[in-house]
Design a protein around this ligand. Structure first.
Ligand code: ADP
Ligand code: MG
Length: 319
């Protein structure tokens, strides 16, 4: 059986490109460029909680890094270095080969170095800490939303939740729609380019792991403002709208997490600049509502302008 030392050497010891020192010593050494602050964030994925037993390892490797890169995007930071704490039941080589292939493919694309970690036997658990760079004083904080700002969302909401509903047998999607939704759930694309670029245009971005109705209120609380959002304007997959099941649709669009799109606010005079940015990056950016002075509450309006009942986001201790 593969020893811990050999396992690390074979699968995790890759030359670091931008770190001063990577895997192999007691600690890695990294140095942000002059004028840059380090952004640091950790996200973990647990078997049975974030993914099912037997989940495809390549997608897991991708997703573990993607959800962390998404946090960098939401700070306006560029992801640079990562460490991986991995517990696995046994040193399963095909699993490790596929897992690291998924992880390294994404790391390569965003030029993130895996610079260290820890490996132990246990229930499959994947915890990544990511470090990114952001110009000091220019991180995009959740406290940046101002009254009368527009509220924007990238891409579409609800695709990952729709894939989950399909997998659980609650809905039946056609083959193409199922494949498309599955990609949203298993291999989300972190909005890294979008996170870096709106510095100076947008403020208070946040990624949406807990669903729109769960995560927007975090911005509202930090910014001490309210929001009014037109439910019909929230971008959603065509397959979801085609079901004509309003309950399921609202659940996926409002509470469905795991899409890793970005939600952000911007002053109304930035609309043209954001249209240019969206076109340049090839990412749909949709204006969905307005920040309002007052209590930190999200008011959702239906197509007739009536206030809709409140929907909760995902909470690990309540689910
Ligand atoms: P230590 O005794 O200092 O904990 P380890 O034997 O656990 O060292 O790890 C040896 C080297 O391999 C260290 O540089 C560590 O950061 C790295 N490493 C261990 N596990 C991983 C992993 N899963 N991914 C990346 N690097 C790892
Ligand atoms: Mg160790």
């Amino acid at each position: 059986m593969l020893s811990e030392f050999e396992l690390i050497r074979r699968y995790f010891d890759r030359p670091a490109r931008s770190a001063l020192l990577g895997v192999g010593d007691d600690a890695a050494l990294v140095k942000p460029a002059p004028g840059m602050a380090l952004a640091v964030s950790t996200d973990m994925l647990l078997e049975g909680r974030h993914f099912v037993v037997g989940a495809e390892p390549r997608a897991l490797g991708h997703k573990a890094l993607a959800v962390n890169a998404s946090d960098m995007a939401a700070m306006g930071a560029t992801p640079r270095w990562a460490t991986l704490a991995l517990a696995l039941p046994q040193p399963d080589e095909p699993w490790l080969a596929a897992f690291t292939a998924g992880l390294y493919a994404l790391a390569e694309r965003y030029e993130v170095d895996l610079v260290g970690g820890d490996t132990t036997r246990g229930t499959l658990t994947i915890a990544i800490t990511i470090l990114g760079e952001v110009p000091a004083g220019h991180a995009l904080l959740r406290s940046g939303a101002r009254a009368e700002d527009d509220i924007w969302v990238s891409g579409e909401l609800g695709g990952a939740a729709l894939a989950l509903a399909h997998r659980q047998g609650r809905v039946k999607l056609g083959q193409n729609d199922a494949a498309q939704a599955a990609r949203r759930l298993d291999e989300p694309e972190p909005r890294v380019a979008l996170g870096e670029r709106p510095r100076g245009i947008a403020s208070s971005p946040i990624d949406i792991p807990g669903g729109f109705a769960g995560d927007l209120p975090r911005v509202l609380e930090r910014s001490s403002v309210g929001a009014q959002v037109q439910y019909a304007s929230l971008p959603r997959p065509a397959a979801l709208a085609a079901f004509a099941e309003p309950q399921l649709e609202a659940e996926c669009v409002l509470s469905g997490g795991d899409d890793y799109e970005l939600l952000f606010t911007a002053a109304p005079d930035k609309r043209a600049a954001l249209a240019v940015l969206g076109a340049e990056l090839g990412i749909a950016l949709t204006r969905v509502g307005t920040i309002r002075a007052g209590e930190a509450l999200l008011e959702l309006l239906d197509a007739a302008g009536r206030v809709m009942p409140r929907t909760a986001g995902f909470d690990h201790f309540r689910a």
